[in-house]
Design a protein around this ligand. Sequence first.
Ligand code: M6R
Length: 588
Amino acid sequence: MCGIIGIVGIDGKNVANNIISGLEKLEYRGYDSAGIAVVCDRRIEKLRAVGKLQNLKTKLEGNPISGSVGIGHTRWATHGKPTENNAHPITSEGVAVVHNGIIENYRELKFDLQKDGFIFETETDTEVIAHLLQREINNGCSLCKAFQKVLDLIEGSYAIAAIFSSFPNTLVAARHKSPLAVGFGEKHICVGSDVSAMSAVCCDVIYLEDGEWVKIADGNATFFDKNSNPIEPVKQKISDDLISIEKGEYAHYMLKEIMEQPSAIRKTILYNKIDKEIFHDISRILILACGTSYYAGMVAKYWFEKFLKIPVDVEIASEYRYRSPIIGKNTLAIAITQSGETIDTLEALEYVRKNSNSRVVAIANVKNSAISRVSDFVFYTEAGIEVGVASTKAFTAQLVILARMAFGNHEFLMREFQNLPAICEEALDLNDEMKHLAQRIHTANSAIYLGRGSLYPISLEGALKLKEISYVHAEGFAAGEMKHGPIALIDDNIPVICLCPHNELFEKTASNIQVALARGKNIIIFTDSEGSKLLPSETTKIILPTIHSEFAPILYAIPLQLLAYNVALMRGTDVDKPRNLAKSVTVE
Ligand code: M6R
């Protein structure tokens, strides 16, 4: 949800190109608009463009700007339409600001600033920050004092960076509930929402904690805590896997990431040893997550209750803290997240922390992310950077960790993990079949996904994948629930995509399929060779490798990702950057 970057060139060289390169890495966080501002001859120069970063790049070619101190932004609109006027950097006379987050008390602040004669030119909440800074500077405050005062006034979530025409060599930045890192290189000091944005010019990093801020000037960074006392946080090396990745031979990151799943699964198995102690004295498990990660949690409920015999609640994180949840004694809270910075999940975890003494475990893909840092223990999915907005390899890697947690006492299943990467590799061979299937269904306005047991969450995930990248309305249902209402949707045109391996629920799912077939012609079944022999011949059958039924959720997710990908291709959408979405959701 918005990416920010700020760079101070130590040797006085122009940083505009470095800012644009950084924004390329941050574009996954939002692509409603992009903008850049630099300090040049004691003036702020800025350039902004609506839409993807490419539009800003094209504009910059005709109007190059340069300066050795600058900031950049890629926007996912919250307050104000995605227009050029609302694009960041937002300025007030000699101040330019980029912001990720939401200033919740901006209305009061705006009213107050208007009384002081400040004229608002955008619909953004961010504009108050620029004017507040300008007001303090006009009042004669030092830069640090001005920034500190503004931080005391604003409420909500923010990662902000600001530059000033009257302090041309200086950049200040702060974070509260939105991620911000400070990177150090030979010739640059940077701030950014994500380390990958600065990894081209920096080798060390400091992750700011909530309330902390930094002043960068004359080749030095000075850090302060929330009370503006100087602090000396410890630098860490930027790890190699944060260095940027390319699409390589693939047309889209999403396809590349789907294809990387066998290796992501293999690495996740290899690097995660689950200590059984984690469940010691635990009488309840609480899973908190959003979107695709939430569906991983739903699958885990089936596994945990069956194998660990511990009751599990799976909660949509954005809802959790706004009711009055009862956190029982001896509860283990598990947050599942790819980005590790989803604000809903982070806030739900903080609610658990405040209201119980539960142990908190995170399953995260991004190392050192906010959620992993506030958890007592982290299991990292070893999926590598996931760039495509639609989560694919992180999801199956999350399932691998959850399955290992569940099957820990089950020798046979633990051994079976060794076969999983190879079986998933075989599922990737279905891509051609998925292209044909996509050809058949890509003009549909709507699709239904059905599954039972641990494949019910996979039907939800399959539907989400289709919705988010192809913009086709799709819904997943528990197959047995269909007759209680959704069956009214079935006609000859709507694709009904059923997940029906030959498992202990086969007969039940097969009956649900018969009921659908009696009302519609477009029934597509993902099954295995045994199941295909028994399922009606008037349906389209996609045959997956045979796998132990406990692993089916991991395997069956893969062709559904490929199907969504191919439908999106045929509908001509922007697969890696689907409309209205952002990879990491850092606003409520
Ligand atoms: O980074 P997280 O796993 O916490 O993100 C949660 C959701 O925002 C995310 O899974 C979202 O639903 C994806 N776009 C799904 O593909």
